[in-house]
Design a protein around this ligand. Structure first.
Ligand code: FAD
Ligand code: NAP
Length: 332
C-alpha cells in the first residue's frame, strides 16, 4: 500500500490548522523495530518522545508469522507478538504513541515541522525518521492469497522454513542473486525466475549463481499464478511472453520468494533530506545523522543492505543517542 498517496481532501481541509501546532523535543516517525527502539532509548534519556505509528502499527514484522532470528527469543516469536513487546517497552518508559501519518515536512527552519494527517503540525527540536521500506510484489492476487503460506519477500528471514525443499526466487538483480545463493545453501533446488535473457546482477554475483549447481535459471519466464491446497505447491509461469514460442509451464515449489526490489518510505522527506539514487536516506557513516542537523534516520529507510529487525533496532538506538547528544549540545 502506498502510504504517501495524497489523501482525497478538499483544499480547505488540506490547510493545516495553525491552532493545533504542538511543540515536542523529540518526534519519532514510524513504529517498526527502529522506531520503537529509538523510543525506548529516547524516553529513558528523558527526551519525552512522541511517536507516530503510520498506517502499519508495528511495521513490516506484523505481516509475518515466526521470527526466529531475533536475539532474546530462544523459542521464536510471532512478528505481531514481538512488536507488541517492543511497544509495551517503549510505553513503559513514557513514550507517547499516537496513530497518525507524517504527510509533509518542513526542515528549513531552526525547529523541524512535521505535518500529521495533513492537518496538525508538530514542531520538534529533533526528529527520528524510522519509516522503513516496502518490498515490491508482482501484484498477483495469489501473492496475498498465499501470504505467510509460502510467499515471502525475505529469504534471510524465511529461508530456514524451506530447508531441503524446492523454492523459486523472482528477479534478476543483486538481491535475487544473493537470495538465490543463500537459499541454495538450505534448499534442495532453487529456480531463479528471470523475465529477460540477462541478469541485471553484478558480474561477481552472476558468477556465484552460475557456479551453484542447485540453482536453475528460468530465462524469459514470468510468474502469473501460484497453486496449492495448503500453501504454495507450485507456480504457473509464462515463457517467452508475446513471442511465437510463448508457452505456459508449471513448476512444483514449496516457497515463492520475491526479490524484485524494495521502496524506501522516504518520499515525504525527499525535498529536504539527501537520499541515494534509489531513495534510501543517506546517513553519515557510523551515525544516524542525515543531511539536516537534528534530523536522524534509522532502520530500513536508510539501509539498502541488511534490512533486518535487529539491525533496524540497533540503528534506532543509535538515532536516539545521536538525538540526545544533539539536543544537549544545542542547549549549551
Ligand atoms: P518497518 O518495520 O518497515 O516499520 C516502518 C514503520 O514506519 C511502520 O510502522 C509504518 O507504519 C511507519 N511509517 C511509514 N511511513 C510513515 C509515515 N509517513 N508516517 C508515519 N509512519 C510511517 N527481519 C528479521 O530480522 N527477521 C525476520 O524473521 C524477518 N521477517 C520478515 C518477514 C517479512 C514478511 C518482511 C516483509 C520482513 C521481514 N523482516 C525480518 C525484515 C524486518 O521486518 C525489517 O527489517 C524491519 O521491520 C525494519 O524495521 P523498521 O523499523 O526500519 O521499519
Ligand atoms: P534491482 O537492481 O532494481 O533489480 C530488480 C530485479 O527485479 C531486476 O532484475 C528486474 O528485472 C526484476 N524485476 C523488477 N520488477 C519485476 C517484475 N515485475 N517481474 C519480474 N522481474 C522484475 O533491485 P535489487 O536487486 O534489489 O538491487 C537494488 C540495489 O541494491 C542495486 O543497486 C543492487 O546493486 C544493490 N544490491 C547490492 C548487493 C550486493 O552488492 N551484495 C546486494 C543486493 C542489492 P529487469 O532486470 O528486467 O529490470
Amino acid at each position: 500500500m502506498n502510504i504517501f498517496k495524497p489523501l482525497d481532501l478538499s483544499k480547505d481541509t488540506q490547510k493545516p490548522d495553525t491552532e493545533s501546532i504542538e511543540k515536542v523535543r523529540c518526534l519519532i516517525i514510524g513504529s517498526g523495530p527502529a522506531g520503537y527502539t529509538a523510543a525506548i532509548y529516547a524516553s529513558r534519556a528523558n527526551l519525552k518522545p512522541v511517536l507516530y505509528t503510520g498506517l502499519q502499527m508495528g511495521g513490516q514484522l506484523t505481516t509475518t508469522t515466526e521470527v526466529d532470528n531475533y536475539p532474546g527469543y530462544p523459542d521464536g516469536i510471532t512478528g505481531p507478538d514481538m512488536m507488541e513487546d517492543f511497544k509495551k517497552q517503549a510505553e513503559r518508559f513514557g513514550t507517547e504513541i499516537r496513530f497518525g501519518i507524517a504527510t509533509k515536512v518542513d526542515f528549513s527552519g531552526k525547529t523541524h515541522k512535521v505535518t500529521i494527517d495533513e492537518n496538525k503540525i508538530v514542531e520538534a527540536d529533533a526528529v527520528i525518521i524510522a519509516t522503513g521500506a516496502t518490498a515490491k510484489y508482482l501484484g498477483l492476487e495469489a501473492e496475498s492469497r498465499y501470504s505467510g503460506m509460502g510467499v515471502s519477500a525475505c529469504a534471510t528471514c524465511d529461508g530456514f522454513f524451506y530447508k531441503g525443499k524446492d523454492v523459486a526466487v523472482v528477479g534478476g538483480g543483486d538481491t535475487a542473486a544473493e537470495e538465490a545463493t543463500y537459499l541454495a545453501g538450505l534448499c534442495r533446488k532453487v529456480y531463479l525466475i528471470v523475465r529477460r535473457n540477462v541478469l541485471r546482477a553484478s558480474k561477481a554475483m552472476q558468477d556465484k549463481v552460475m557456479k551453484t549447481s542447485n540453482i536453475e535459471i528460468l530465462w524469459e519466464h514470468q510468474a502469473i499464478d501460484l497453486f496449492g491446497d495448503n500453501g504454495v505447491e507450485g507456480a504457473v509461469l509464462i515463457k517467452k511472453k508475446g513471442t511465437p514460442q510463448e508457452e505456459i509451464i508449471k513448476v512444483k515449489i514449496d516457497g515463492f520468494f520475491l526479490a524484485i526490489g524494495h521502496t524506501p518510505n522516504s518520499e515525504v522527506f525527499r525535498e529536504f533530506i539527501e537520499t541515494n539514487e534509489t531513495g534510501y536516506i543517506k546517513t553519515m557513516p557510523g551515525s544516524s545523522k542525515t543531511s539536516i542537523p537534528g534530523v536522524f534516520a534509522a532502520g530500513d529507510v536508510q539501509d539498502p543492505v541488511y534490512r533486518q529487525a535487529v539491525t533496524a533496532a540497533g540503528s534506532g538506538c543509535m538515532a536516539a543517542i545521536d538525538a540526545e547528544r544533539y539536543l544537549s549540545e544545542k542547549k549549551n
